[in-house]
Design a protein around this ligand. Structure first.
Ligand code: 13P
Ligand code: SF4
Length: 332
């Protein structure tokens, strides 16, 4: 039997009151799912706030690496996801491709002892574990600059995975030299060597889009996420993580126009007037949008029936090293 959204919301609220469950949702979730959450935020906020939460179950509406990060940080918690949705960027690297990247640097005369790996939180636990074992740490788009500054203090070459754009954007901001594996360049001359992964959603924005909006609305501001190409970030007025973008845009004067280069759902609910999406193509993250209100209800019902579905499991050794990599970040 099909329920309406209002019926589903009512059933979800009833189960929420009955069970020891905290519902967590990333800003990119559909509006109707986002509204049902107890905790919302960007990936850094969600990692920190779910760690301090006491419910037996965390029901995570987001993509798999986010649910995994909760499980890694708090292995005693039971983490379930309405959809085992995967971030396309996180899928662009695994433990073998990580090892190949380290080997590429070694083949170019950089010893393993001189490499400090940093992984964007948008990576699966196996990659975080590899990074943790090599003395490295995790970063998010909110704290990448701080993490890289700290890492540079160790005087090593930074191997940045998997997002080429975030690595290059931070390098540009800090006046550092970067190169991308598989592209032109000598790793010995670079401070940051980036893996060639990317987010297909944030690749939609182009310099032509920026030119179009600047011409159409003189005085408009352009705000973008650092997963966009460096050419886009260089041409923007503001570059920031999800929570930094929210703060920047909601604090603008009401009549200030702004065009935003990031995920559709988040921009759409941000500010009713004078806010535009920086693309004529809908920049919706397909996997973030897989989770529906019905999935949320069915996941709660499965907990209530004593047979939770889509529960996140991480093996002991992966958990141990991935946790070390995440905790090095949280300690900063
Ligand atoms: P935030 O770290 O800004 O939440 O970004 C996560 C993400 O997947 C962006 O595409
Ligand atoms: Fe991954 Fe891009 Fe979706 Fe973020 S928007 S979850 S980086 S695919």
């Amino acid at each position: 039997m099909k329920f309406t959204n209002e019926e589903l919301k009512q059933k979800i609220n009833e189960l929420k009151n009955k069970l020891s469950v905290t519902i967590v949702a990333h800003f990119y979730q559909r509006d109707e799912v986002f509204e049902m959450a107890d905790i919302t935020g960007d990936s850094l906020e969600l990692a920190m706030r779910t760690r301090d939460d006491n419910a037996e179950f965390v029901l995570f509406c987001g993509v798999a690496f986010m649910g995994q990060s909760v499980k890694v940080l708090s292995p005693h918690k039971r983490v379930v996801m309405p959809k085992a949705a995967c971030c396309a960027m996180a899928r662009m690297i695994d433990a073998i491709y990580f090892d190949n990247s380290v080997k590429f640097l070694e083949d170019n005369g950089i010893s393993k002892d001189n490499i400090l790996p940093i992984t964007y939180i948008n990576s699966n636990a196996d990659v975080k574990a590899k990074v943790g074992e090599m003395g490295g740490m995790v970063c998010t788009s909110s704290n990448a600059k701080k993490i890289i500054t700290t890492a540079l203090g160790e005087g090593k070459k930074i191997l940045f995975v998997p997002d080429r754009c975030l690595g290059q954007n931070i390098a540009n901001q800090m006046g550092l030299k970067s190169m991308v594996i598989g592209h032109e360049g000598n790793p010995k001359e670079a401070d940051i060597i980036c893996y060639d992964g990317f987010c297909s959603v944030h690749q939609l924005f182009t310099v032509e889009d920026i030119n179009f909006y600047r011409k159409k609305y003189p005085g408009i501001l352009i705000a973008t996420h650092p997963e966009c190409d460096p050419a886009i970030c260089d041409a923007s007025d503001f570059v920031g993580s999800t929570s930094q973008l929210i703060k920047y845009i909601t604090e603008l004067p009401e009549d200030q126009k702004v065009a935003v280069g990031t995920e559709f759902n988040m921009v759409n609910r941000l500010r009713p007037k004078n806010t535009y999406i920086l693309s004529s193509t809908k920049p919706e993250c397909p996997t973030m949008n897989e989770t529906t209100l019905e999935d949320l209800y069915l996941t709660l019902k499965a907990i209530d029936d004593g047979a939770p579905i889509n529960e996140i499991e991480v093996d002991e050794s992966t958990q141990k090293w991935a946790k070390i990599a995440l905790e090095r970040m949280l300690a900063l």
